[in-house]
Design a protein. Structure first.
Length: 391
């Protein structure tokens, strides 16, 4: 079975969505996983531990100090053996504890002790879900690499309508299976990623560039490698860590990035233009340091790398990015058409902290329409881009 030999710990915190977790446990067992359940005292008010013991065929841990029939320290034993730790439902309380290093019950203590991947499934009232405190805590977790299975919008138990309803059991199971068994759907495919900022020199000590950190491109590189692709990175100025499994071509200027990219179009199948090339360059370069009291610089337009790729790629997949401040969807759609791209990823840089962040809020623009996504890690966005490429 698909999850045979995989150990999953499900941390159940107190919320009305606890009843949905019964189906999650059952589905994991049907896929062959070994499932242990840790419940908070509040969770046990909604569904009894006996229910989860019956479904998991394992004793349920509820008490930090309950005595078992063996000598192992229970929270350490579970933390060590687990392949994936799923917090489901994840209330604002447990998200806050995990984000801020609080370990005052069995669930929070075991979470602190594990080095395994963690996935959280938020579930709460819409106003709690949108609160600044919760969003800050969730952002902390995403930056640490915690996976978020986003809540859905709909009718909530309290009577409100909006975000905060826990994802459906099958959605949670599918996301966890993807984490435990990474897809290898890009084997024998060659992916080219532009990454980081270019720079254009004014003189020997000064240059013009932009705020790009390269984190989005780096995320695409790792995601594609994880899915079996052969990856080439055309790499400009960056602060992100680049996966050492990739082939890296270092460049400085926009024209260098263009030349290295254009020369490889015939040899690659998928192009993700996550780099941030300078749109303009100084018309003249000074061989010595400029020392004038005033400085007027005339700029000229640089060539458009994505447009050049789109013109010669044929039916290969091309993803472009649109970092916009106004009329974002309109400008993204214009780029999609002008550059003969298959996907434009829109970033609203006026309202979202895009540059240097580990997370983003994006809109995918395709010939079929637009799709908005909630805040998520750039790695998760990278996988969504690659899902589009596969289709």
């Amino acid at each position: 079975m698909k999850l045979s030999g995989k150990n999953i710990v499900i941390g159940v915190s107190g919320g009305i969505a606890v009843y949905k977790v019964c189906q999650v446990v059952r589905s994991f067992k049907q896929l062959g996983a070994n499932v242990d359940v840790i419940m908070t005292k509040n969770a046990a008010q909604f569904v009894t531990p006996l229910t989860f013991e019956t479904l998991s065929n394992r004793p349920v841990v509820t008490d930090m100090f309950q005595r078992g029939g063996h000598w192992e320290v229970e929270h350490i034993a579970l933390a060590k053996k687990v392949h994936l730790f799923v917090v489901c439902p994840a209330t604002a309380n447990i998200v806050g504890k995990l984000a801020n290093g609080i370990a005052d019950d069995m669930l929070s203590t075991t979470l602190m002790a594990t080095t395994a991947p963690i996935a959280v499934c938020p579930a709460m009232n819409v106003n709690m879900y949108r609160s600044a405190a919760f969003r800050d805590n969730l952002d902390k977790l995403v930056k640490r690499g915690v996976h978020v299975i986003n809540a859905e919008s709909g009718f909530l138990a309290c009577g409100d309508v909006g975000e905060g309803r826990m994802a459906e059991p099958q959605t949670i199971v599918d996301a966890c299976v993807a984490l435990l068994c990474p897809k290898q759907d890009l084997q024998n495919k060659r992916v080219l990623v532009t990454c980081g900022a270019t720079l254009e020199r004014l003189d020997d000590v000064r240059y013009v560039t932009n705020f790009s950190s390269g984190k989005m491109g780096a995320a695409v590189v790792t995601a594609a490698l994880d899915r079996g692709a052969d990856v080439t990175v055309i790499l400009g100025k960056h602060s992100a860590q680049i996966d050492d499994r990739a082939t890296v071509i270092d460049v400085s200027t926009t024209r260098q990035m263009l030349d290295e990219t254009e020369s490889r179009v015939a040899d690659h199948d998928i192009f993700v233009m996550a780099g941030a090339p300078c749109d303009y360059r100084p018309e003249a370069f000074s061989d010595s340091k400029i020392k004038s009291e005033t400085l007027t610089v005339k700029f000229v337009k640089n060539p458009d790398i994505a447009e050049r790729v789109g013109a010669i790629k044929g039916d290969k997949f091309l993803c472009v990015f649109a970092a916009e401040t106004d009329n974002g969807v309109q400008h993204a759609r214009e780029k999609l058409l002008k550059k003969h791209a298959d996907l434009a990823v829109l970033n609203d840089v006026k309202h979202n902290n895009v540059f240097g962040s580990d997370t983003d809020v994006v809109t995918f623009v395709t010939a079929e329409g637009e799709q908005d996504y909630p805040q998520m890690s750039k790695f998760d966005i990278a996988n969504l881009i690659l899902d589009k490429a596969i289709k």
